[in-house]
Write a protein that binds this ligand. Structure first.
Ligand code: FES
Ligand SMILES: [Fe+2]
Length: 440
């Protein structure tokens, strides 16, 4: 931490019990020194989502990723194991891989020609006779990220070897990631279709706050909701442009702890039988998909129950989000710049027709000309610009604060809960943020 960031007192910038309620200062979105502090404390010391096993189906497949600012190669080695190797030559520090994705047996450093295999082992150092009694050897294998955790194919990592365990980090969010995967006949999702990226000129934390914010939907996404309703609702009066649907008392917003949050629509979806609307998921209610799930879990009744509950919008702090048919991953770049990646979330074991329909649905919502994501991006950039107006001041997160309560979720986990349109999830993000940013 540099001298400047040492002066930041986060407890004065996040006020949970001010006379005006729950307040967050706009400086938290605007300050470059705070951003550097976040990268260090949240991304370099905590757990971060890196990628998915399905992105590396074959031996030698690799993807370049960043953990905070640290470049890593996520690669499936010849022993089938997936590793996260630091993209840094052990000779004099050159990055050894430049291509974002590919398949290789070896990585060859362009500077002095050292060659590493896809397990990270140094296989050949050039001109070895000149090293005296200290020839390059095992000590020069590529460094592996010290901790990696995998949950239903989702790969997370921590750049430090001690601290919170992977299980404790995922906490209550693990059950929601699993439930999303349970909708697939194969019990996993598949991100092998690739991803597209967007750069947005706004602070990364806006993405987190937005994922479980149902409040904005009927305004920012009015055109999309009207379009979806006209395509999908058999009962037009019950379409989700109807404000009553967003205020559905069965639809919950939950702070899962650890900064994670969810728009829990299981109960409200089940109440609609086979007519998922607002939080629907392409193909999961088709008989062929339900039958595939039933075969895997051994119960048609349970498979139908799962399908009727549908997926939820799940935000896993600090950078993974699952929504409808897509996985969204964010990469903070600067205090006012964020890279966002969208992957279509295919259902492992589903037919090609179902998964192609999911790709089309993902493009329709989140593609460059999609109905949803471009609207949100515009809002983030406007918020970033608006917050910069002087004097910078406080933001209020008070919606539903008077009814916030601890309640069991669908998995029997006691979590802070409000109604769909409230701001308990956003308060939860900031509570966790304050804990991390003020820790010794
Ligand atoms: S820096 Fe890689 S071989 Fe010298
Ligand atoms: Fe949105």
């Amino acid at each position: 931490m540099n001298a400047h960031t040492q002066r930041v007192d986060y407890s004065t910038l996040i006020r949970e019990d001010a006379p005006e309620g729950f307040l967050v200062h706009s400086r938290l979105y605007l300050d470059e020194a705070i951003f550097e502090d976040e990268i260090e404390r949240i991304y370099h010391r905590g757990w971060v989502y890196v990628g998915h096993e399905s992105e590396l189906p074959k031996v030698g497949d690799y993807r370049l990723r960043l953990i905070g600012r640290q470049p890593v190669i996520m690669v499936r080695g010849e022993d089938q194991r997936i590793r996260l190797l630091l993209n840094r030559c052990t000779h004099r520090g050159n990055t050894i891989c430049q291509r974002e994705r590919g398949n290789t047996k070896f990585f060859r450093c362009a500077y002095h020609g050292w060659v590493f295999d896809n397990t990270g082992a140094l296989r050949e150092a050039t001109h070895v006779s000149g090293w005296g009694d200290r020839p390059p050897g095992e000590a020069q294998h590529l460094f592996e990220v010290p901790r990696m955790g995998v949950h239903r194919g989702f790969i997370f990592a921590s750049l430090v070897s001690d601290g919170v365990s992977f299980e404790d980090y995922l906490g209550n969010a693990a059950a929601y990631l699993s439930r999303y995967c349970d909708l697939a006949p194969g019990g996993e999702i598949d991100l092998s279709a690739g991803r597209h990226g967007i750069t947005v000129d706004a602070n990364w934390k806006m993405q987190l706050e937005n994922l479980t914010d149902a409040y904005h939907a009927e305004y920012v996404h009015a055109s999309a909701l009207a379009q979806f309703a006209s395509l999908s609702a058999t009962d037009k009066k019950a379409a989700f442009t109807d404000r009553g649907d967003l205020e559905n008392p069965l639809a919950m917003q939950r702070d899962l702890g650890g900064g994670h949050s969810v728009l829990d629509s299981f109960t409200s979806n089940r109440a609609q039988g086979d007519k998922l609307r607002f939080t629907g998921s392409t193909g999961t209610l088709l008989p062929e998909v339900i039958e595939g799930v039933a075969q895997r879990i051994g119960s048609h009744e349970k498979a139908q129950w799962l399908a009727r509950g549908g997926p939820c919008h799940i935000m896993v702090f600090p950078n993974l989000m699952l929504l409808w048919d897509a996985v969204r991953v964010i990469q903070p770049v600067a205090h006012s710049v964020t890279h966002i990646y969208y992957h279509p979330a295919l259902l492992k074991g589903a037919s090609e027709a179902v998964n192609i329909a999911r790709i089309r649905a993902q493009e329709g919502g989140f593609g460059p000309a999609g109905f949803l994501a471009p609207d949100d991006m515009e809002m983030f950039e406007r918020s970033q610009a608006g917050m910069a107006v002087r004097p910078d001041t406080w933001l209020e997160l008070n919606r539903g604060r008077h009814i916030e309560r601890i309640e069991d979720d669908d998995f029997g986990q006691p979590v802070r809960t409000c109604q769909n349109l409230d701001e308990v999830a956003q308060r939860g993000i900031w509570r966790h943020y304050k804990t991390v940013m003020t820790a010794e």
